[in-house]
Design a binder for this molecule. Sequence first.
Ligand code: URP
Ligand code: ZN
Ligand code: ZN
Length: 465
Amino acid sequence: MTTVIKGGTVVTAGDTFQADVLIDGEQIVAVGRDLVGDTSIDATGKLVIPGGIDVHTHLDMPFGGTNSSDTFFTGHRAAAFGGTTMHIDFAIQPKGATLRETLDIWHGKANGKAAIDYGFHLAITDLPDSVMAEIPSCLDLGVSSLKLFMAYKGALQVDDTTLFRAMQMAAKHGLLIMVHAENGDAIDILIKEAIAEGNLSPKYHALTRPPELEAEATERAIRLAEVAGAPLYVVHLTNNGALSALRGARARGHFNIMAETCVQYFFFTKDDLAREGFEGAKWVCSPPFREASDQVALWGGIADGSLSVVSTDHCPFWYEGGRDGRNPGKELGKASFAAIPNGCPGIEDRMMIMYTHGVRTGRISLNRWIELCCTNPAKLFGCYPQKGAITPGADADIVIWDPNKQVTISAATQHQNTDYNLYEGWDVTGAPSIVLSRGRVLVQDGEWKGEQGAGKFVARRAFGK
Ligand code: URP
Ligand code: ZN
Ligand code: ZN
């Protein structure tokens, strides 16, 4: 059974051109003029783009005394409505568990629920020799990236010994190291001081995690990776100081030192945490929102190629928790900012926000939008051109993007399983009209046509292969 997408403008990371796209079963089989299929989709006046890939998400994750509120079904449905057809989630090692057991836990969360394709990074929290010995086998399990947290003391944080040993092992076996780069030890002191002084409102979350402590940890991770010879991907980079550390590495010729930022860091500042009453809790995530000057710096990092990917760090919590009968939310931190679950929703919004505020404002080209949100994620994480490409042989994960469709973002209409949206009331122009995952329609003109359990695990190749 073949389907042809007719009359659209194909946009890839490298090109923009008029072409039809022919799909046979789950894959693209031809891109060209005057193609014919058993059925056809009219894409006249629309863009035909690879589905978005979000490489930084936390679905159904135990964290901060609760659980993130999207499951692998609700998160996938929300992703699809926003034009994202693949994500890579963090399988977080419970202390004492093996990497194999960790992955089994996360596969269990996704099995039977997944509606889009997905992969896993393994987040190491505990690295005895037995777990070190498992690292080479990660690739056999389809995992090519290991994450380490340099913050969240007493919970997820690892020390430099652990980080460096993981880097050495990753370097030997073709794995990409990812870091959450903040100095968790110093932050822990600042949090305790703030609490002792009675400074308990949400804005102190940002004030106890200053940008210098992200810049320091970023520089440290980079230098350790350079010595270990490991490829490094710094997640959710937020500020000019951390960006300088990244540029320094690249200026020394270490092009395998890379970083993402997340879409929300272009638009919010630490002042959002100081909103009236407890409202600021909605903006509590780590690293925290910074200054307007850092937003400008991040756009600069996008423009000069220092930043390789824009993801979301989608980690939704309820504002007024328990609405899903399961997970308390941000209100856990009403008495103290230190107990507010860290994280924000965004998997549904990323492609639309970057299109309206990136492409339409002229900050990035159409092709750079695709590169940052679809193609680089696939390339860096070992699944290109199966994903992130409109080319024969690629999976038919395709979005028919209507560049003129107007949407007002709101918690009332979103599909993310939470009761707020950072971009509440924002008008965007440009949104998906049809979303395909391996040739199947998931979303058409605002209606859900997808299926729980149809999403598949994507086994990824070694870094650079
Ligand atoms: O606040 C955040 N970012 N929550 C999710 C965990 C992490 O640090 O990525
Ligand atoms: Zn993080
Ligand atoms: Zn995260």
